[in-house]
Every structure is written in structure tokens, then in C-alpha cells.
Design a protein around this ligand. Sequence first.
Ligand SMILES: Nc1ncnc2c1ncn2[C@@H]1O[C@H](COP(=O)(O)OP(=O)(O)O)[C@@H](O)[C@H]1O
Ligand SMILES: [Mg+2]
Length: 310
Amino acid sequence: MGVEVRVEGLTKSFGRQAVWSDVTLTLPAGEISVLLGPSGTGKSVFLKTLVGLLEPDRGSVWVGDQDLPRLRERELYEVRKLFGVLFQDGALFGSMNIYDNVAFPLREHTRRPEREIRQIVTEKLDMVGLLGAEKKLPAEVSGGMRKRAGLARALVLNPQIVLFDEPDSGLDPVRTAYLNQLIIDLNQQTDATFLIVTHDINTARTVPDNIGLIYHGHLAMFGPREMLLSSEEPVVRQFLNAQRIGPIGMTEEKDADELAAERRSGQELPPLPPIPRQLRPSNGLPRRAERTPGQWCRENGVMPPIGSFV
Ligand SMILES: Nc1ncnc2c1ncn2[C@@H]1O[C@H](COP(=O)(O)OP(=O)(O)O)[C@@H](O)[C@H]1O
Ligand SMILES: [Mg+2]
């Protein structure tokens, strides 16, 4: 069963460069959360801070009753075993074949005999659809296969929390659709708590239970998918609907003059598109506990965007 991760007042800078400050959010146990944000806003830094690879200036990351930034090296080493991380580039060892890459954490962190290792590696490769590719080197397979090999490696110690750094970057739309389905299925099979950093709006709209948006050094909003998708908050609305009108400009923030000009020119935001259904687990897997957007709005007393539910 996955565990809850509670982030409180987390703040990170490098020297005089503030990355983000006062980030507070809870990743609910067993749920899928997505973190969005323009490039360079510190999403990868956030994931690395969660697992204790980077030290925050202030704040807490609670996993159970342990606050990661306060732990000593030895305790941190133990807690880290709860995490599986899929780094942005897959981070495979180029000189090792896929099998040895996936087996690596087991050989490094456990004393399991090779017979058991074979069983576990085979199971994980099967989960991500890579049986038969064991002997291939990372350079000999496609980008999508490298991502899936990285994912098998992230899952090999049966993590309670899985962090994905842009699992869909560099993949075409069809491969992204397969990967998203795989993520939904793996969440159903493992019950682990997932956090996915992505740029892909379609992924953000259809995969997670919760969405967060980092913007301008802060967490602009974090909450259930339906809430963010129906949000009127300009930054959230602009980003999730890939719109040009709004506070985010080509380089960073638009300045006050630009925004005033936008208002004067009478450009109106188009209506919010309908909220899509969340992807469901493939046939044969049990259903996840699901809320329809309409249910969610009723339960939370939120007005749905007009004509929005399909
Ligand atoms: N180890 C580091 N030392 C100094 N600066 C860093 C380090 N890692 C990231 N940064 C800086 O932090 C900012 C956020 O980077 P990153 O988390 O990679 O952004 P994102 O993943 O959202 O595109 C960038 O300005 C980057 O240069
Ligand atoms: Mg990044």
C-alpha cells in the first residue's frame, strides 16, 4: 500500500537564486498526482528534494513520522528505499544491458540470490512490456523502451512512492498514450503513491487524481484534477488549457503593460473545454475508486464550467 507524503513550507534556493518557496501539499496515499510548470521552474529540483538528493533551505517532507530533511545519512538511506524514481532521461547505464540495468538496485541493496533476482526482474520487465529485450543495450532500443526500462528499474524494490520526471518527454503522442495507460495500470497493480512531473497537458488532463502547478517560484494551486481543470485562476486556466492569453508570456511573466494591453484589446478567453474522463485501468484489472467530475463538483459545492461534463 502506498504512503502519504506531506510537504510543508518547503523552500529551496541555490546561492542567491530562489527556486521556489513555501511549497505545501499532500500527496494522498495510493493516488496519482501531477506537477506541472513552465521549464526551469524547479520541478526536477522538487523531485530531488523529496527523495533527499538535494537539501531544502527550510521546510519538511513527512513520510510517516519521519521528516526527510531532518534525518541522518543512515536513516535517509533506509527511507529512500521506499522511493522509486524515474529520472528524466531514464538514467540507464549505457554499458549494461536492459536486464542488468533493472537488476542493479536488487544487487546493490539486497542480498537476494540471482535466482530470485531473475524472477523479480522478469516480472517487472513483463509489467512494462519489455520481455524479450533483456539483452539489448540502452543505445539499441527506442526512447520509449528506455523510459520503460527506467520504469522497471524504478519499480524493482517495490517502492511505496514512485516519482516520474517527465516520463513523456521526447515521446510521440501514440507512445505517450501507451505510457499513460501503463502508468494507470501500474498504479492499480502496485497501489503506490505516484507523482509525475510533466509538460504534457493531455497527460495532466487525463491521468492524475490531483494536479499541482508551480509558477513563479510558488505552488500556484494543488488539488483534485477536476478542481484545477475547472479553475478560473488565470495562471492555472492558461496553463492547463494551453492558452496564449493570460499571465504567462513567452519568456516568463508578462508585465503589467502587456496585460493591460491584452485587456484593452478586448481579447477574451475562450470557454473552458469539457473535462475529460480519467483514464481507466485496462481490461482485466479492477477499477480504481473513481469520481466523475460531476460528482466531485457536487461533493465540493463547486459550480461546474457551463456545458463541460462529458
Ligand atoms: N544542482 C544545481 N545547482 C545549481 N542550480 C541548479 C541545480 N539544479 C538545478 N538548478 C537550477 O534550478 C532551476 C530549476 O531547475 P529544474 O528543476 O531543472 O527545472 P525544471 O525541471 O522545472 O525544468 C534552474 O534555474 C537550474 O539551473
Ligand atoms: Mg526538469
